[in-house]
Design a protein around this ligand. Structure first.
Ligand code: GCW
Length: 689
């Protein structure tokens, strides 16, 4: 069995016949035109009930009046379409926000109402997810998304050196959107992708790489983008586009790309209008500027706000928004040896300083969860606490760039939850990250999430069946950040594999142990993932973590290790946090062990809260983490025969590899620090080879 349907397999469940009298015997979609999300909802309900239970149910596109007297009808539509036929029903309905839904099931009688069409589709998917897990009991639920922006970013290139549309930091094959510099003719996979995303409440996809190719904006490719939007639309997924700041010059032939130059502004207005003519419901733009060699407003001594606002103006008449990335730093100016205070972690805070009240109201700043770059552990980016007036979205990475590239099982929900639950204590008040993103804490309307997913043409989407739990959890957390890591996992396992208790137990056990294990064998105590920083970000290479131009440093020498980010003696980064948090990170005593080396430069013999020295912790953690990875293949073996052979073998292959590679990690890192420090392992394991 391939993985194309992901968790939407609608596989027959045990005892399916016993459910038939609890299921609807007709489906009515309200005012559904073909290809609309409500129409899709009807199709999904019918296919789902057929697949899960073997019961065939027809879809009738009707009006609300027809549906009400019937006892076993599933009615799906928007609140307004429903009230059209049942004006008296208004009193009984809850408050819904955009994309929210109301769902009530009573024996076979089902009512699924969305605040908009998309919400109705989400309600249908929710009902189906319960059915797929064998739950057909009566209930009533009102569900509203926590935040309006629940986007996906794809780092897809229109073309690599040859004809392929490759995916930057994508580990699941070529682009499903692009081929040979153009949008693919066959967009079947794009539609299947939109279906998966809609089922977990994700509502937009930026389809091209943030390192954007100006070719995206030729008339032919704009037509192609419109075709992608067409296949997304039935699932309520909107299209977004990444822009290259220099396009007015490199594509448009203008003399400049200065955001305050009128000809430049007009050029962008022309592009924006041309896109909206083709895609009237386009979500908006994503822009990476003045970062890692990309052009931006600072080339002309303009501020980042000048740059973002230029796009905001062109989008405003069309109702679009711009996500402007905070991942701004200049790798050419970072010099480790000459400057103890140089610190890439400071860049975002520095560049956005003083800009909080300068942005148009359709600008959202998209900030990576940590100040550096998707490491196995980082403190939450302090920029979330600086931008009070400006809405923010958090960028998470489903694609496991520094986290094993889908060749290692690393279930990321527990990490994301630590980040989302972090309390910044702005003005001494509770200020949870998730409440900043959803707008509650600073009283803003926009905000939310952007997940770098990077699926490809591989039939598992991400290159690994188990990695799909991360995509599932991302969608669920963007909808409801209070969802539990284990709860999301259980749902995903039941839908993806089966409700066999043994299968649930084994996959849960491995997944929940996977992030701590990976942290232990790749980079603990906040030192970051000790991977190869220059080539590919894969495999161990602690030596590359110093002296590189990318500012990902450990400052390790024969006696000491760690970045001093204190205010009193270091880069000052700790001071970017609100006072209570800044004080916590400023001293070794109050810094949690798991971020010690992120904030402090200490001797290898520094004693941790656990009572161990830093170096002994390194040795032990690498042994402990890889020992956990060693158990994965054996655990998986116990599922032989309980999971279809194709997926069983595919997963086993990866877990065996991970177990082996964890040993490579363990020994490379332990030997490296043993050689550097000359300090023996108290247990005599290291340095004896
Ligand atoms: O993590 C780094 C990646 C780059 C990426 C960049 C970014 C798309 O290694 O591949 O470029 O971040 O997020 O812009």
């Amino acid at each position: 069995e391939d993985g194309l349907n992901g968790w939407l397999r609608y596989a027959r469940i045990q005892g399916a016949n016993g459910y038939h009298n609890k299921l609807p015997s007709a489906i009515v979609t309200l005012n559904a035109t073909e290809g609309s999300p409500v129409y899709t909802a009807g199709q999904e309900l019918s296919q789902g009930i057929s697949g899960i239970f073997g019961k065939e149910v027809e879809v009738d596109s009707g009006d609300a009046r027809k549906s009400s007297p019937r006892d076993s009808t599933a009615t799906v539509g928007t609140v307004s379409a429903y009230l059209n036929g049942n004006p008296d029903a208004a009193a009984g309905l809850p408050e819904l926000v955009d994309d929210g839904f109301y769902l009530t099931v009573s024996r076979g009688k089902v009512l699924i109402l969305g605040q908009n069409e998309r919400g109705a589709l989400y309600g249908a998917f929710h009902y189906l997810s319960l059915l797929a897990q064998g739950n057909a009991s009566d209930f009533t639920l009102t569900s509203n998304p926590d935040a309006p922006i629940r986007w996906v970013n794809q780092w897809d290139n229109m073309q690599d050196g040859g004809t392929h549309g490759s995916v930057e930091r994508g580990y699941g094959g070529d682009s499903i959107f692009f081929w040979d510099g153009k949008v693919r003719d066959d967009l079947t996979r794009a539609a299947q992708y939109a279906r998966l995303l809609a089922s977990i409440g994700l509502n937009a996809v930026v389809v091209n790489n943030v390192n954007a190719d100006v070719k995206t904006l030729t008339p032919e490719n704009m037509d192609g983008l419109a075709r992608i939007a067409d296949v997304f639309r039935p699932y309520g997924v909107q299209l977004g586009v990444s822009l290259n700041f220099a396009a007015p010059q490199t594509l448009g032939g203008l003399a400049s790309f200065d955001p305050l130059d009128e000809t430049v502004v007009n050029w962008w207005q022309g592009i924006t209008d041309a896109l909206y003519e083709r895609i009237p419901d386009m979500a908006g733009y994503l822009v990476k500027a003045n970062s890692e060699g990309q052009p931006g407003p600072m080339t002309y001594n303009r501020t980042l706000a000048d740059g973002a606002n230029m796009f905001a103006h062109t989008l405003k008449p069309h109702g679009g928004i711009i996500l402007f990335r905070a991942f701004v730093y200049d790798h050419r100016t970072l010099n480790q040896t000459l400057n103890w205070k140089a610190d890439r972690a400071n860049a975002a805070g520095d560049y956005f300083d003083g800009l909080d009240d300068k942005f148009e109201d359709n600008v959202v700043i998209q900030i990576k969860y940590g100040p550096i770059d998707f490491q196995v552990r980082e403190p939450v980016s302090p920029l979330f606490s600086h931008l009070v007036k400006t809405p923010t979205a958090m960028e998470l990475q489903i694609s496991q760039e520094y986290l094993g590239q889908q060749a290692h099982l690393v279930y990321l929900a527990p990490m994301w939850k630590e980040i989302l639950d972090f309390d910044f204590r702005v003005d001494g008040k509770a200020s949870r990250t998730s409440d900043i993103l959803n707008g509650k804490r600073f009283n803003r309307k926009l905000g939310g999430y952007a997940g770098v997913v990077n699926v490809g043409t591989n039939t598992t989407w991400l290159g690994s069946h188990l990695a799909m739990s991360n995509l599932y959890a991302y969608g669920r957390l963007a909808w409801d950040p209070s969802s539990s890591s284990e709860g999301m996992l259980t749902e995903w396992i039941k839908m993806t594999f089966s409700d066999d208790k043994k299968v649930i137990d084994v996959i849960t056990k491995m997944s929940m142990a996977s992030w701590p294990a990976y942290e232990n064998y790749t980079g603990n105590l906040g030192i970051q993932t000790l991977t190869d920083i220059l080539l590919g970000h894969y495999g161990p290479n602690p030596a590359s973590q110093d002296g590189n131009p990318w500012g990902q440093w450990t400052r390790a020498d024969a006696d000491t290790i760690g970045m001093d980010r204190t205010v009193w003696n270091g880069t000052g980064f700790a001071g970017q946090y609100p006072p209570e948090i800044a004080a916590m990170y400023e001293t070794i005593e109050t810094t949690p062990d798991n971020l010690l080396l992120w904030f402090h430069h200490v001797p290898y013999t520094q004693v941790l809260k656990s009572g161990k020295t830093v170096i002994q912790h390194f040795y032990d953690a690498h042994y402990d983490g890889s020992a956990v990875a060693q158990t994965f293949p054996q655990l998986w073996e116990t599922l032989r025969g309980r999971v279809d052979d194709e997926r069983f073998d595919h997963v086993l292959y990866r877990l065996v590899y991970q177990a082996g590679h964890s040993l490579v990690w363990r020994d490379s890192i332990n030997e490296f620090y043993f050689n550097k420090s000359g300090i023996a392992d108290a247990k005599g394991r290291v340095g004896n080879h």
